[in-house]
Ligand binder design. Structure first.
Ligand code: TXA
Ligand code: MG
Length: 421
């Protein structure tokens, strides 16, 4: 860490980091650690057995490659140079192997939420499981000091996917990791809540023009301001639903970023969705579901979650009271604190009406108005509604599809359509 005049608290956390680093060197079970985007599930990227441990703990298909996390550029250059060079002449001069196209990006965004694709040399120091057979690997230098220190102390690049169970929303607190991976891993470094809240932007600069493979913490406009990246394209599947009148509902394909509940997304550009989720919309969607789901007394018992973004911010009165046809039994409000993330949750218990859809409970979550706090709270809100037993979650996707908003809308579209990335 290069600094020894540390306080007792700091030295305690350095000790913890050393324990984690030692564990990573000796064991084949991954360690969860915080980054500025989401929590990662890390293993020494040079050891096959350790990398296999990641796929096993996550239940991740082995054809999905992992991102390599480095603490400095030397570590990255070391991966890019063939293994024989390290025992070479020792004259210190080494050819620059990081492609020049990435220079402005590295200068501008590292350490930070950007992953770049690089050619994997043959033979490679990386375990073959990391790249899932691809000729390239993804690398990033995370901004979290905890992550950087862990990599440095381990002395090896860490392969790390997000530390969620496969298909679940990515974890943005240590508690989220525990929810998904309890019993599957032994160590979680708790660094509080993640600042960014959505994963890194993944770019491929090895093709011409360069492309974005996944939108994330670094926006397309920021990328376009860098020389060589003015014409960067989008290579991810993520059509906006602009012009369509019906909200996006689940399809049949693979799940991604999905809570247990069904997610229905309302996009701002959709006809009639400007005012956010309306009672009628909820009724329409819940009809079918409530028929299939009844409690012990024969009363349908669907629990509805709503995630609010920009519109319909409940001011004072509970929005659930709009359910005029129904009798509200019980109303409560709580502020759920998850690290820096605050979720404003309002709950109302309702009786279903004879002719309408029967809703037992409505849980109304507010994750803030500005795009950064929406990004930070999004996965937390989806998980919180799952924890409270929502069967169906309506999300107001009223976020501008630019900068980090593009990442928010991409994750929401995936959660709603269940199309794999
Ligand atoms: O913010 C993040 O990137 C987080 C934190 C932990 O760093 N990590 C993360 O990893 O989101 P994961 O495994 O959940 O997502 C990695 C993404 C996947 O979409 C994967 O397909 C892509 O990066 N990827 C990795 N290596 C690749 C490669 N060689 N070629 C194409 N895509 C690659
Ligand atoms: Mg992931």
């Amino acid at each position: 860490l290069g600094r020894w005049d540390v306080s007792a608290e700091e030295s305690a956390s350095i000790k913890t980091l050393r324990v984690a680093a030692d564990y990573l060197k000796k064991h084949d079970i991954p360690v969860a650690f915080p980054t500025e985007t989401v929590y990662g599930l890390g293993a020494d990227a040079t050891r096959s057995a350790a990398v296999k441990g990641i796929y096993a703990a996550k239940g991740r298909p082995s054809d999905n490659p992992l991102i390599i996390h480095v603490s400095d550029l030397e570590m990255l250059r070391d991966i890019l140079s063939p293994p024989t060079e390290t025992n070479g002449t020792g004259n210190g001069s080494r050819e620059e192997r990081i492609p020049p196209i990435y220079k402005p990006l590295i200068e501008r965004f590292w350490p930070g939420p950007l992953t770049i694709l690089l050619p994997n040399p043959t033979p490679s120091k990386l375990a073959p499981e990391v790249t899932a057979g691809l000729p390239s690997f993804g690398a990033r230098m995370p901004a979290s000091p905890l992550a950087l220190s862990l990599i440095k102390l381990t002395g090896a690049p860490l392969a790390a996917p997000s530390a969620n169970a496969s298909t679940k929303p990515s974890p943005t607190t240590a508690e989220h990791v525990l929810e998904d991976l309890d019993g599957r891993i032994e160590l979680i470094l708790d660094g509080g809540s993640c600042q960014v809240g959505v994963e890194s932007t993944v770019v491929d600069g090895l093709c011409d023009p360069p492309v974005i493979l996944r939108p994330g913490g670094v926006g397309i406009d920021e990328l376009r301001r860098c020389p060589g990246w003015e014409n960067v394209g989008k290579a991810y599947k993520d059509q906006s639903e602009a012009g369509k009148s019906a909200p996006r509902a689940p399809g049949m394909k693979y799940k991604h970023y999905s809570p247990k509940a069904r997610v229905v997304l309302y996009e701002a550009t959709m006809e009639g969705c400007q005012k956010g989720v309306r009672l009628q919309d909820i009724d329409d969607h819940v009809q079918g579901q409530s028929a299939a789901q009844t409690d012990g007394t024969g009363v349908s018992a669907v629990q509805v979650g709503i995630i609010r973004t920009r519109h319909w911010q409940p001011a004072g009165g509970l929005r659930c009271s709009e359910f005029k046809k129904r009798e509200t039994v019980n109303v409560g409000r709580s502020l759920e604190k998850q690290g820096d993330i605050e979720l404003d949750v309002q709950e109302a218990e309702l009786y279903g009406s004879a002719e309408g859809a029967c809703i037992r409970k409505v849980m109304d979550v507010s994750i803030g108005k500005d795009t950064r706090s929406i990004a930070q709270g999004l996965f937390s809100a989806l998980r919180e509604l799952d924890r409270r037993g929502a069967d169906i979650i309506f999300v107001e996707g009223t976020v501008d599809d630019k900068d980090i908003g593009a990442a928010v809308m991409n994750r929401l579209r995936k959660a709603a359509s269940q199309i794999r990335s």
